[in-house]
Design a protein around this ligand. Sequence first.
Ligand code: HEC
Length: 502
Amino acid sequence: MRLHSERTSSLSYGSSSAALLLVRSGLRWRRWLGLFPVLILALLERPAAAQDFRAGTVAERYALLCANCHGRNLEGSGTGPSLLKDTWLHGGDDEGIARSIRTGFPEKGMPVWGTAIPEKEIRAMVIYLRETRAKVLRDQTKVSTPPAVLTAKSQLHDFKLETWVDGVVEPWSLAFLSPTQAIMTEKRGFLYLIENGKLAPRPISGLPMIYVNGQAGLMDVVPHPDYATNGWIYLSYSEQLTKVDGTPAAFTRIIRGKLKDHVLVEQQTIFQAKLGQYIKADWHFGSRIAFDGQGHVFFSIGERGQNQHAQDLTLPGGKIHRLHDDGRIPTDNPFVSDPTAVPSIWSYGHRNPQGLAFSPSTGELFSSEHGPRGGDELNLVRRGLNYGWPVITYGMNYDGTTMTELTAKEGLEQPIAYWVPSLATCGINFYTGDLFPKWKNQLFLASLAAEQFLRIEIDGGKVVSQEVLFKDLGRIRHVITGPDGALYVLLPKRIVRLTPAS
Ligand code: HEC
């Protein structure tokens, strides 16, 4: 019997039921060897249809179930309509499209999918249709070389867009230190001064060791609101350390320092995670910094690709944090009385927030957040609240598999806006200048993948309108208002300036 089980385990290529059969039977293994091909055949003969809807990605499901009638790229065929048209025949909002898929149009030849495809897969299919539509339509309209200067009409103001500084490499953030002097981060780890629109010939030296790889690098730069008197400049960056077991791992660190003779001096740590909390991954670092004007600094940190960390108050990832501007923990932070919680946490359940800004008119804090595929969010961030990731989301996994069917749940905050398909929402800021009076106090949002620059009007904590001001000039990383009232927007290799067209 002993010999038996040893033999059988060496024969059972992952088919535990076959192994079980072998063990139970009193047959000799040599006879079973002869039967083995039969077993394998029996396994292969299982009907495929039952698996098709469950296994695989949404793209594969589309190719399998829909492309015949609606075309590989939604262009339609003799049997099904194009899904690229401006107007939908049966309702073009998310629910309308989901309904079309669920109920089908049997009288016109489209099957009823609601009985075959689970509801969360229908939701994933809606995202897939929207993404593919956006991609096909964008490829049709894309211009090859973006113009250096352009003028454009928009709902409230006509504007001129022109290059302010070029020859920069992946600029991440920008801030003005005076009416004539600005400071800029490049993701590759460089901090530059810009004087009167001229990039300094060499970067500022004395920066800490910055880990640059994938999404890791030098991120935000924001001067203290009292910079003119105290000189403090705040930076966020990815830091790599070696864990006790010898593996390298990285996390977001926040420091401040002062400029002296082109060197960053008097550096102080504002936030640093514990070594055990550093993670071996090059994505989801966040990180933006914002001041409330009342002595506090807020900053965002992504969940570092560890979904569940966003819900775990003992860990700093997937959170928005709040500290005194010198790094001390405010005693009125929401989780200071919980000895296991990270005391700087202000809100949690975030995925990768890369935009953070206070409204100048209401004092409310807003964050933009990279969701999964089809789930980018704009959130109104309030003390101690849970923004739901990964328990609820409007998106699906990047590989096109679904992650949850929940988009809302009791006790979890809803975003005030979300985008399907994802725009890859990045920096946000409110316009505080005077050049565009009708844009005053409205929110502007940069997006990477969609290459769109959005104006967002918020009223009473709700988004009341959105407008794309320009697109297709490259990935947009950030936006700020300059002291001259122009909007400064960070594109891949240049910084552009928006001023009134007239
Ligand atoms: C056998 C052909 C066929 C297949 C397969 C099929 N459809 Fe359709 N589809 C149609 C027809 C026909 C219509 C209805 C057009 C009309 O009302 O005139 C339609 C309508 C739709 C609409 C509504 C379009 C609008 O303008 O409002 C959506 C959305 C849609 N299909 C999605 C899908 C998806 C997703 C799949 C795969 C899961 C799929 N279809 C599979 C034939 C098909």
